[in-house]
Design a protein around this ligand. Sequence first.
Ligand code: AMP
Length: 218
Amino acid sequence: MKIIIFLGAPGAGKGTQSDLLVANNNFIKVSTGDLLREVSASGSNFGNKIKDIMQSGSLVSDEIVEKLLKDKLNEVNNSDANIIFDGFPRTIVQAEILNDIISNLEGNLDVSVLLLNIDADSVFERIVGRFNCADCKENYHDKFKPTKVADVCDVCGSQNLVRRADDNRETIVNRLKSFEDEIAPILKFYRNIGDVVEIFAGNHFDDVYKDIINRLEL
Ligand code: AMP
């Protein structure tokens, strides 16, 4: 079983690359951001609290993220697919939780820590322009990957194209700040126990995908 721990700034392309690995390389994506977005869309009091935290660009508490992650892993437990952790861990506590989870998994494990590197200006441009289809989840970008017909999804024909609430300029500044605070200790943690594979993420997503495939020998 292969495990990829995907690290990188918001907008570095973790989501896009994870989707490619899911489509082509028998991976399941476990994204704490996606799990939290599901909860925040529920309309419950708890969901609204999560929504406010995400909207501010701060991190949700380790306890909440751990519970959601473990519930999700129980769901995928019987599958023989490989797993990508996208957006997790973001704190040392979470990195320790993930180490425990991995050490309790059975079988032959091949764990890679992958860092997508990109500069802050490119991140801004990428995040501000991105949107996706609410129905089939296809990703788009105003400049880099527009829909062929304006406001219509190329894949499923839906007109239900949406932008993430936290993809606005103010929140992005805070999300980048959170990332800068969180990434140094996380990298130190992983470099102490093994290799971190660094990939330049400023190229076209097809080329970044090829680099990942080559470097991880997938
Ligand atoms: P993402 O989709 O990974 O960019 O995450 C969007 C937002 O969800 C973040 O800005 C945080 O508010 C929250 N979030 C996602 N993953 C985590 C995590 N592992 N720990 C804490 N907060 C998280």
